[in-house]
Design a protein around this ligand. Structure first.
Ligand SMILES: Cc1cc2nc3c(=O)[nH]c(=O)nc-3n(C[C@H](O)[C@H](O)[C@H](O)COP(=O)(O)O)c2cc1C
Length: 208
């Protein structure tokens, strides 16, 4: 059964542009993958810790020597990695905060990039054969031709880190200029509806 992992990061609930992009993406994905399974990982609802000394100690201790405290320290990381490995396709929906991804999403990255699990000891990514889509909502517009194109750090970062773990088939759907919705200059449906062709293309490419 085809499996989609949905990673959400916006704290804004229904007012979130990236979450509204996700809804449309998921609807298209379900239509294209009847019987497909969806796993939701909402980072706002996940008790994500930043990297700590006990976490690092556990990480750098061979698994067969793990104490129960070390197992506990890595439990969430193990769970998040299992979700990534079980997925055929991953969609990450995120705001742009201060030109990069929100801290919650960076924390997720720090949990899922682990040597021996998602990254080989030879430096090659182990998460191969998967497709990822990034749904970005940003107040500004960073696409080709924009005078602030060089500030598109979030896209570059996510492409880089997904590539590091082996996911090179990455599609970006950029919801740039999203502040129009917050300012009341565009409706949510109108703004996100304009992205429908790109969302459909990303959700249906590759068949079931
Ligand atoms: C703390 C904060 C920082 C932001 N920084 C940027 C930024 O650097 N560049 C930008 O284009 N938009 C920025 N924005 C605007 C958000 O990207 C925009 O509101 C987006 O719609 C948020 O995603 P969401 O609607 O899914 O919550 C920022 C918003 C907040 C709240």
């Amino acid at each position: 059964m085809t499996q989609l992992l949905v990673v959400e990061t916006s704290p804004r609930g229904d007012a979130s542009i990236s979450r509204n992009m996700t809804r449309r993406f998921v609807a298209q994905w379900q239509a294209a993958h009847p019987g497909g399974r969806i796993v939701n990982r909402d980072l706002v609802e996940t008790n994500l810790a930043f990297v700590t000394a006990p976490w690092l100690q556990a990480y750098f201790t061979p698994p067969e020597q793990h104490s129960s405290a070390m197992k506990e320290a890595l439990a969430l990381s193990d769970e998040l990695i299992a979700e990534v490995l079980a997925a055929d396709q991953i969609v990450i929906a995120t705001p742009v905060y201060n030109y990069n991804v929100p801290a919650l999403l960076k924390a997720w990255v720090d949990h899922i990039v682990r040597k021996g699990m998602t990254l080989g000891f030879d430096g090659k990514g182990l998460v191969t054969g998967k497709k990822a889509t990034v749904l970005l909502a940003s107040g500004g517009i960073y696409t080709e031709g924009s005078p602030i194109r060089d500030r598109d750090i979030a896209t570059q970062y996510l492409k880089l880190i997904l590539g590091v773990i082996g996911i090179t088939d990455v599609t970006i759907v950029a919801g740039g200029g999203a502040k129009a919705v917050d300012l009341g200059e565009a409706t949510m449906d109108g703004f996100v509806g304009n992205l429908d062709p790109d969302l459909k293309q990303a959700a249906t490419a590759g068949g079931s």
